[in-house]
Ligand binder design. Sequence first.
Ligand code: DC
Length: 230
Amino acid sequence: MKKIIIAIDGFSSCGKSTMAKDLAKEIGYIYIDSGAMYRAVTLYCLNHQLVNADGSIRETELQQQMKDIHISFRLNPETQRPVTFLNGANVEEQIRTIEVSSHVSPVAALGFVRQAMMEQQQKMGEEKGIVMDGRDIGTAVFPDAELKIFVTASPEIRAQRRYDELKAKGQSVSFDEILKNVEERDRIDQSRAISPLRKADDALLLDNSHMTIAEQKEWLKEQFNKATHE
Ligand code: DC
């Protein structure tokens, strides 16, 4: 069967990565979480005093240090899930904190950061057989992807999902704070000048507000079967 590129874009916390990971595992494709790469750059900024008190980024310093930022993914042999590494250290947990979430949008809006991430992502997809999720995968990174999905759900439902996730990890967070973070990220993701979040014309729309994970999985598998048999 021919190998394809599957681009899954959409709003934050709408379950894109869960569905992308599950699909990749089932069909034997590589899964790449492009958001994890922007989060890793953000963690680097936080750890290297590149974030000003007002949340803005010290752009010149970051641009000079981009060459020192190495992001990679390794498979956890037990879970068979990819783990994010920043300069050789496992940062999978640290990049999911609310602190990183609330600083990532300005980092992801920087042109030189996007360019560097996009080049790495395109390299990862050279041999196809890849499922990548993010915001601009179907529009900018892989405009010729054979299967493009654009996922959405209401902000309240997405905030609740992230709240449950962080709670389960033992982080103390307030629902209102998360909802505000979700809405703010939607606004910034959609309005940034470079590669804003938008549905590619040829992407299939999936609103999963009222879908179970199983229903979603079945729908996605069906789209994959259609795309590979065309
Ligand atoms: O999917 P996520 O919440 O882990 O993404 C983190 C941030 O990175 C999000 O605010 C938007 C940004 N992002 C992006 O700009 N482009 C991508 N391809 C993926 C994520």
